[in-house]
Design a protein around this ligand. Structure first.
Ligand code: ZN
Length: 97
């Protein structure tokens, strides 16, 4: 399977625990199977991808890049709000004179 470069990911990593249903499997009487999975928002609901063959380090890195970019974008938007408020305040002062 060719590896695709995953630049950004949004969501939360978690461990999925489940029984596969085979009566002879160790999970029937013992520990359930554990698979890493990604829960991500899609169209107002949360979807899940199981990451059986995924490179978890790459997934974590893509999640971290998204988070860093989101923080930066939110910071820029906050600065925009501050500038807009400043502009409104200055306009009010000028109009009063
Ligand atoms: Zn099983």
């Amino acid at each position: 399977m060719p590896r695709r470069k995953i630049e950004l990911l949004r969501g939360t990593l978690f461990v999925l625990r489940r029984k596969c249903g085979k009566p002879t499997c160790r999970c029937a009487t013992g520990e359930p199977h554990e698979t890493a999975a990604l829960a991500y928002p899609a169209g107002g609901r949360t979807n899940t991808i199981t990451l059986t063959h995924a490179d978890l380090a790459a997934v974590r890195a893509a999640l971290a890049r998204y988070e860093a970019a989101r923080v930066e974008l939110d910071g820029a938007a906050d600065a925009g709000i501050a500038a807009l408020r400043q502009s409104m305040a200055e306009h009010r002062v000028r109009a009063r004179r």
